[in-house]
Structure formats: structure tokens, C-alpha cells
Design a protein around this ligand. Structure first.
Ligand SMILES: Cc1cc2nc3c(=O)[nH]c(=O)nc-3n(C[C@H](O)[C@H](O)[C@H](O)COP(=O)(O)OP(=O)(O)OC[C@H]3O[C@@H](n4cnc5c(N)ncnc54)[C@H](O)[C@@H]3O)c2cc1C
Length: 472
């Protein structure tokens, strides 16, 4: 039997249920990845994420080659053309069965329906698996049989239903029959020139690097995760998000490695590890929101009343925020971290997003798109969830009158100003007593910009605008 595995957001061999099944059932296996430049653009996928994806596809190609499985990159202008490309391959290689893992973004669901119908009409068999999160999306429901829209009860239900059998994921891939053609991934013209300025040694390529990263975190930093995770200079988090976002490692593998180091306890034992697993459950929560509430994928807020908010638009302030020149040192350091690393610390994502949507009163959708265009870990569900949380338009969101003060956040989470100094070198000489909010003479001396807005006034304005939206 000959099988075709379609890689999508799961470019790995480890814990890949569709690939595993194909290996179990077929004598020979072909794998494909559809490169859709138009679709990547429509989804605002960052240049750095695309670069990372390509390097990881090449690494996957090498691993598959070792078991005689070619990886073919097929170019499909948009999502919907994929069905024609796959139909061609099925015919050309006399494929008996097609396998893939589910994606559940709105566009992806529509694409898969098209492909599914076309393949079925052609008479081939298909088998589809769930690899993205622990439970099938939409499976966990409230007592009233509704999808969850609040994290804490979702997490409770997630734990109640958890079974260690879910983590039975280890599999040794046997060598398959050799086919008479090779992978094209190494020579494929992806047509991408890397326009980002990120040093990619920060993000080593491949599944082994991802697993090493998780284990390094669990062995050396997880113990202090609860204490250090909010302090950006400490690098107290795992930085595994780019690998999860591209499917180079699975959330099951992360949870399994965490549990191995915590006597298989989910809710007790090492609080660093249990807290870290909680964060992975947040990722699952936002995927469920995306699946159960399709409006969030259509640019709509979760909280309907927030459609009435009168956002403002100020090109100069927008540009200052994007480039890290707002005159608020922590905001600027965070925005420059994004440009330098393609990544931003979670606490800072919340601080800059709240500043953008509350103090600057700019539409969250603009910030959401800018993040996607620059993040190596851009992930629609988590990014949309994070932006809607910060702008109080989302599910389980911060109350609209809770507005982080970026200077207080700076004093609390970057006490010594070391993170600021790392990314805003103009302020290198400043003492910690002034670095969080430099006085005028220091700004002049350091050639650092004045603040683009007044924090108190802008806070009052935001609350008024949200109040007004509620009454419309
Ligand atoms: C405005 C905003 C935008 C965001 N955009 C993205 C995005 O595009 N892609 C993305 O992966 N995460 C996003 N997040 C969530 C979070 O900031 C990142 O997942 C986290 O910073 C990644 O770093 P880490 O891998 O070191 O996390 P760790 O602290 O080590 O956590 C482990 C994993 O748990 C998941 N996780 C952690 N925090 C969250 C969270 N708040 N929501 C959902 N999942 C979480 C991630 O997959 C993360 O890799 C966003 C958060 C906000 C507030």
C-alpha cells in the first residue's frame, strides 16, 4: 500500500499521529508540504517565521530521507489550489490513502473540506487525526453544554478529563520501501528573501533542538518559573513558542517531558512545572475559542459591545510604537526586542498591547496584524487571544478599566532597568532611579524621545470611550 502524508502545522516526525499511521499501514510513504505564498501573505505570516519554517522543512526532509520517505514541496498559489496539486500527485503516484492532522482555523477548515471532497470524489481513502491539542477542539464543554469562554473552569475540566494514556506518543519509525524519486525540499525555490534582521542562531533548527530546549528549560529554569516568568531580563521562560507555532514540537511532547520531571503529577509537585503546563493549557484554551467562536477569525471582537468603540488613528504615534520610540523605556525596549529577536516576552506583550489599545486608543486589529508580521512564533489563536485579552474586547479579558501603567510595570518587572539598557542603549548610562521615566534633561542628554502621550489623560479617555461604547 502507498500512502501520502500532508504536513501542515505539524512539520515533525515525533508525536505525529498521521505520519505514524501511514508508517503502520503502508509499504511506502510520500510526504508533501504545500507552500502557498499568497496565503502566507493573507495570514500576515512574518518573514522571519517563513524563514524559520523553510529551514525546519529542510531539516525534516533530512530526517525523513533516513527512513526512505521523500518530502515534496508543492507550490499552490492559494489554499484552494492545494486540492488540484494533491489530486495530481495521487494519480501520478497511484496513492491508496491520504493522511493528515487537523487544523482548525476558519480558512484551514474550509480548505480541508474542499480537499477532502475532491479526494473522496476521486475514490481515495482519507484518515484525519488530532495533533494540535490534547482534546479534539470543542470537545470540552460546560455543564450547560456550551463551549468554555473562561479559562479557569476550562482548565478544571481539562485536568478532570486528563488521562496519562494521551501521552502514549513514543514511536520508532521503521525504514520504508525506497521510491524512485527524491525529496525536492533542499532545492525548492521558496522565493523568499530574508528581510528580517534577526540572528537566527537564537532559534536553532530542528526537532532535536526543540526537545533540547524544552529539557534545558525543565532541568535548569522550570524550578523558578513561577518566580521569574514575569521578569524579562531573567529569560525565565522556555522560548519554545516558535517550535510549537510551526509544529516542530507538539504540546503533548512538552507536557510529557514536564510530567516526567514531576512524578507524573499535573496539579501538585514542582510548581514551576505545573505553572508551565498551565500556560500550555492557555494555548489550548485559545485554540478552542478560535474553533467554537468563528467570529474571532473574522476580525470581530468576542465582546459584542466593543464593536462600538471609537478607536483613533495617529500615524506618528503608530510609527513611534512600532519602532520603539514612544518615550516610555519599557515599551520601547519591548518593541525593539520584537524587531531584534522576532519574539517578545509575554509580560511585555501584555504591556505593549494594553498601551496600544488603551493609552493610544488604537484598534487592536492593527496591533494584532503588526505582531503577526514580526513574530517568529506568530500563531493566530494565541495572538488574537492575547490582543483581545489586552484590549478588553475578548473572552475572559482584562476588565476595561484595568490599564497597566508602563512606568509601574517597568519598576516592578525590570527593577534594575537592565532589560531597558539591553534594548535601548541610549539609556545605558542612566541610573535605575531615573531609567523607568527619565526626566527631561536626561532625555535630552541621551537623545531619547519625549513621551508621545500623557498617561493619566489617556487612561481617563480610554475609560470614557469604553463606557460610551457600553451605552450604545
Ligand atoms: C498580545 C499578545 C500576543 C501574543 N501572541 C502570541 C503568538 O502569536 N504566538 C504565541 O505562541 N503566543 C502568543 N502570545 C502568548 C505568549 O506571550 C507566548 O506564548 C509566550 O511569550 C511564548 O514564550 P515562551 O515559549 O517562552 O513561553 P512559556 O512561558 O515558556 O510557556 C510555554 C508555552 O505555553 C504557551 N503560552 C504561554 N503563555 C501563553 C498565553 N498567554 N497564551 C497562549 N499560550 C501561551 C506557549 O505556547 C508557550 O510557548 C501572545 C500574548 C499576548 C499578550
Amino acid at each position: 500500500m502507498k500512502g501520502l502524508v500532508w504536513f501542515r502545522n505539524d512539520i515533525r516526525m515525533d508525536d505525529n499521529p498521521s505520519l505514524k499511521r501511514a508508517f503502520e499501514e503502508c509499504d511506502s510513504v510520500i510526504t508533501i508540504y504545500a507552500w502557498s505564498p499568497e496565503q502566507l501573505k493573507t495570514h500576515n505570516e512574518a518573514n522571519i517565521k517563513q524563514d524559520f519554517l523553510i529551514q525546519n522543512l529542510k531539516s525534516l526532509g533530512v530526517n525523513l530521507n533516513a527512513v526512505n520517505v521523500p518530502l515534496l514541496i508543492i507550490e499552490s498559489k492559494s489554499f484552494y489550489n492545494v486540492k488540484n496539486e494533491i489530486a495530481k500527485l495521487i494519480k501520478e503516484h497511484s496513492i491508496d490513502k491520504i493522511y493528515w492532522n487537523k487544523e482548525f482555523g476558519l480558512d484551514e477548515i474550509n480548505r480541508d473540506k474542499h480537499v477532502h471532497d475532491a479526494i473522496k470524489a476521486g475514490g481515495s481513502e482519507i484518515e484525519i487525526f488530532n495533533d494540535q491539542i490534547i482534546y479534539e477542539p470543542g470537545f470540552l464543554r460546560t455543564g450547560q453544554d456550551n463551549p468554555f469562554s473562561v479559562f479557569t473552569p476550562f482548565k478544571r475540566r481539562w485536568v478532570e478529563n486528563f488521562d496519562m494514556k494521551f501521552l502514549d506518543i513514543d514511536f520508532d519509525y521503521p525504514i520504508k520501501d525506497k521510491l524512485n524519486f527524491d525529496s525536492n525540499v533542499e532545492n525548492f525555490n521558496f522565493g523568499l528573501s530574508a528581510t528580517h534582521g534577526v540572528d537566527m542562531s537564537l532559534w536553532p533548527v530542528g526537532e532535536i533542538s526543540a526537545l533540547d530546549r524544552v529539557n534545558d528549560f525543565l532541568d535548569n529554569r522550570a524550578i523558578d518559573y513561577s518566580k521569574n516568568r514575569n521578569d524579562p531580563i531573567l529569560d525565565g521562560t522556555s522560548r519554545i513558542s516558535p517550535y510549537l507555532a510551526c509544529g516542530i514540537i507538539s504540546s503533548k511532547r512538552c507536557i510529557l517531558e514536564g510530567l516526567k520531571k514531576n512524578n507524573f503529577e499535573l496539579s501538585s509537585g514542582n510548581i514551576g512545572i505545573t505553572k508551565w503546563i498551565d500556560e500550555i493549557v492557555w494555548r489550548e484554551f485559545y485554540r478552542n475559542i478560535m474553533y467554537s467562536f468563528p467570529k474571532v477569525s473574522k476580525g470581530k471582537p468576542f465582546q459584542d459591545y466593543t464593536k462600538n468603540i471609537e478607536w483613533i488613528s495617529d500615524e506618528k504615534n503608530l510609527n513611534a510604537w512600532k519602532t520603539g520610540n514612544t518615550g516610555f523605556p519599557l515599551i520601547d525596549a519591548a518593541m525593539r526586542q520584537l524587531l531584534h529577536e522576532g519574539w517578545m516576552h509575554n509580560r511585555l506583550r501584555m504591556v505593549v498591547a494594553m498601551f496600544f489599545t488603551k493609552n493610544m486608543l488604537h484598534d487592536w486589529r492593527i496591533g494584532e496584524a503588526y505582531f503577526m508580521q514580526n513574530l517568529i512564533d506568530g500563531d493566530f489563536a494565541s495572538n488574537n487571544g492575547g490582543w483581545q485579552w489586552s484590549s478588553s474586547t475578548g473572552t475572559d479579558a482584562a476588565p476595561y478599566f484595568r490599564i497597566f501603567n508602563p512606568i509601574t510595570q517597568s519598576k516592578n518587572f525590570d527593577k534594575e532597568g537592565l532589560f531597558i539598557k539591553k534594548y535601548v542603549p541610549e539609556l545605558l548610562d542612566l541610573d535605575k532611579s531615573v531609567i523607568h521615566d527619565p526626566p527631561l534633561e536626561h532625555r535630552k542628554y541621551c537623545n531619547y524621545p519625549l513621551q508621545i502621550l500623557d498617561l493619566k489623560e489617556s487612561r481617563v479617555r480610554a475609560i470614557e470611550v469604553f463606557n460610551k461604547a457600553k451605552t450604545i
